[in-house]
Ligand binder design. Structure first.
Ligand SMILES: Nc1ncnc2c1ncn2[C@@H]1O[C@H](COP(=O)(O)OP(=O)(O)OP(=O)(O)O)[C@@H](O)[C@H]1O
Ligand SMILES: [Mg+2]
Length: 423
């Protein structure tokens, strides 16, 4: 059957016809990734019976899936008499089946997944770690394959890290851009050229498949770009001659986030970060102790003073009683906090590995968009990315206060002399 189908493929997509556990095609828009994969699957499914699972992170309805794309390609390849297109499934005369599923939350419950020959995950840039961790071991049939297509966004995204930065064995990883597509349409060429003139950063992501340092509207975009360029996101070891201060944002259903930092000369070294949710304060106290750092001050947000119903005690008093030296972060508005963070940022060094989840949130910390006007609001978006960023604001405000206090002391010292006497 397949011998009679006429279809051409760009060179970089020929890998779709060689056996490999993982086939990863990623890059900018219009690289012929989706068409290529759809065609290769339809051709292979016509040659022998295959169970193909088409997955994406969220699939609210079949319209979100590649069902339409596959249906169009069936027409284009002249395979209408072979494939029968139904609402939620596409069947070949030889028993080949294409099914369509959302991966988030429910993929573990789909019984038929185990018999899958090929799993195609489209728009995979948004697939989470837990979705991959559940999906991959269920695709377990001998010789089964996982095909992945995506447009990269941030280099800290799970899919990018897992398949491009640290590819698994038996994987073919192919970067595919518009320039690899012999049929790159004229409308897209115009879009591409316009964006290139207007906004080079966006162009590099959208069309050349580079990762962004930050997202649009990102509050610390410039600071993070500079930190990356200056090599300040790197390996930052603990210096045991100086205390480690910690900076908390507290949550229960929301994350509790904690930054660990050391002031060394003019440098502010951020050596560690932890976050978790639905854990009592004793859990975080243990995490602090486990690390064996020599601690200075633990800066807590105002809500640490509230008495908890369960214990009748405040988080601040629980920590103090356990011997932690705590202070409450001075009050500041969000805008003041962001300004303080911007000022401090250029002195900051971050441990790239230990702080990765925190840095990822700083990258995603952005202004909300007003849905009516499309304009950025002055308020940051409150989402999963905001807790580490809140803790970072508190860190900056606390350090600003400390620096002011230190300045006052220095000035007094100059005036009165180092031992308190007037000079
Ligand atoms: N085999 C082909 N034959 C003819 N035209 C093709 C072929 N493959 C791709 N094209 C053309 O290139 C366009 C872009 O292809 P496709 O949508 O597959 O790109 P993509 O890499 O998935 O892009 P995106 O990242 O935007 O999803 C298609 O709309 C089609 O016009
Ligand atoms: Mg596509």
């Amino acid at each position: 059957m397949s011998n009679r189908i006429k279809a051409e493929f760009p060179d970089k997509l020929k890998c779709l016809f060689e056996p490999n556990r993982y086939k990863v095609l990623y890059g900018g828009r219009g690289g012929a990734k989706s068409w290529g994969v759809a065609r290769a699957l339809l051709i292979q499914g016509a040659a022998k019976p295959l169970r193909v699972l088409c997955g994406r992170e969220v699939q609210k309805s079949i319209q979100d899936s590649v069902h339409k794309l596959l249906s169009d390609q069936i027409q284009a390849l002249g395979l209408q008499s072979f494939y029968q297109i139904q609402n939620n499934i596409i069947r070949g005369k030889n028993g080949t089946e294409f099914t369509f599923h959302g991966l988030k939350h429910n993929i573990g419950n789909i019984k038929s997944v185990e018999g899958t020959d090929i799993c195609w995950v489209e728009e995979a840039q948004t697939v989470s770690k837990s979705s991959w961790d559940t999906l991959i071991p269920t695709i377990r049939k001998e010789g089964s394959e996982i095909w992945i297509t995506f447009n990269p966004e941030l280099d800290d995204d799970e899919t990018y890290k897992r398949f491009v930065l640290n590819p698994p064995v038996n994987a073919i990883i192919q970067k595919v851009n518009w320039s690899d597509n012999p049929w790159f349409p004229e409308v897209l060429r115009q879009e591409k050229d316009t964006l290139k003139e207007r906004d080079m950063d966006s162009y590099l992501t959208v069309w050349e498949g580079h990762c962004r340092v930050t997202l649009d509207g990102a509050i610390y975009a410039n600071e993070l770009r500079l930190a990356t360029e200056e090599g300040r996101i790197t390996r930052v070891p603990y210096d045991s001659s100086k205390p480690v201060h910690t900076f908390f944002d507290l949550g229960w259903a929301d994350n509790t986030s904690i930054w660990f930092a050391q002031a060394i000369g003019f440098e502010f070294r951020i050596i560690d970060f932890i976050e978790d949710s639905k854990k009592p304060i004793t859990h975080y106290m243990q995490e602090l102790q486990k690390r064996n750092y020599l601690y200075g001050t633990h800066w807590l947000p105002h809500d640490a003073q509230a008495h908890q119903l369960a214990t009748g005690k405040s988080i601040e008093s629980i920590m103090r009683e356990a011997g932690f030296n705590t202070q409450i972060t001075p009050k500041a508005s969000i805008a003041e906090g962001i300004n303080a963070a911007r000022v401090l940022f250029n002195r900051c060094y971050f441990d790239a590995e230990k702080c990765a989840p925190g840095i990822n949130q700083l990258r995603r910390y952005r202004y909300d968009v007003n849905p009516d006007t499309g304009q950025y609001s002055k308020q940051p978006l409150h989402d999963n990315a905001s807790h580490a960023s809140d803790a970072f604001r508190y860190l900056a405000v606390a350090i600003q206060e400390e620096t002011k206090g230190q300045k006052r002391k220095d000035e007094e010292q100059q005036y009165y002399g180092s031992d308190g006497w007037m000079m």
